[in-house]
Design a protein around this ligand. Structure first.
Ligand SMILES: C[S@@+](CC[C@H](N)C(=O)[O-])C[C@H]1O[C@@H](n2cnc3c(N)ncnc32)[C@H](O)[C@@H]1O
Length: 218
């Protein structure tokens, strides 16, 4: 009986988030701005693996004229992110609970302006590099859905993943415009919005690695 009550409570909370949630994101392909009620010139920003939503909510409040779509594969986690957005009256964030592997089914070529990836799983075992969200196979997809000169922002605590990502970006035709291996002690920190994982790593004095790259289409 307590399990049933828990399920009922989850369903009720999910239902309350329905206005900010798309469960068939493929239907929005090529028309996200229109479907979300934004002008066709609006900048479209994605966060991949948004966790509990602290970063995307901070961005959306800073840039109320931009449209944000946040992806997260864990239903219980995205629920917290959606509730966070609603609590903060952000009417410019929409959520998708799906694996990023299917991104090209959800966005048209050149449809997006900026992609944020924050503290994605590093998959430290050498035999799993394809699972990293900055592997060249993923970067090719990001490059295709980003407009030419679209931007990618990436943060991580992992030195190994940061070095790997720099190599993969180079191989995939992204140009790294700015980077730091200690974000919180750099000038870039002035405009930084921390994520939940970032706060945890910073409290353990782990330097945060950050980069800003631009997609260069042929
Ligand atoms: C380490 S957490 C970081 C969360 C948040 N970005 C932060 O910095 O606090 C990584 C998040 O990405 C999500 N994630 C990992 N791989 C994913 C994928 N392929 N598709 C969608 N979400 C993914 C995980 O469920 C998790 O919530």
């Amino acid at each position: 009986m307590p399990r049933m009550r828990k399920k009922k409570n989850m369903d009720r909370r999910l239902e309350a988030c329905r206005p900010v949630f798309f469960d068939e994101p493929e239907l929005n392909r090529g028309r996200w701005r229109e479907v979300c009620g934004f002008d066709k010139c609006t900048q479209l920003m994605l966060e991949l693996g948004c966790g509990k939503g602290k970063f995307v909510v901070g961005q959306a409040k800073r840039y109320p004229d931009r449209l944000f779509v946040a992806f997260e594969k864990e239903p219980t986690v995205i629920l917290l992110a959606m509730e966070n957005a609603i609590r903060n009256n952000c009417d410019n964030i929409f959520f998708v609970c799906a694996d990023i592997a299917s991104l090209s089914e959800y966005f048209e070529t050149d449809e997006t302006d900026i992609i944020f990836i924050n503290f994605c799983d590093p998959w430290t075992r050498q035999n799993k590099p394809k699972r990293r969200l900055t592997h060249r196979s993923c970067l090719e997809v990001y490059k295709s859905i980003l407009k030419n000169n679209g931007e990618l922002f990436f943060k991580t605590d992992s030195e190994m993943l940061f070095d790997f990502s720099l190599e993969e970006l180079d191989l995939s035709g992204f140009q790294v415009l700015e980077l730091t291996r200690d974000l919180h002690h750099s000038a870039f920190n002035e405009t930084n919005i921390s994520t939940e994982f970032e706060e945890k790593y910073a409290s353990e004095n782990i330097p945060i690695k950050w980069l800003h790259a631009s997609s260069q289409k042929d």
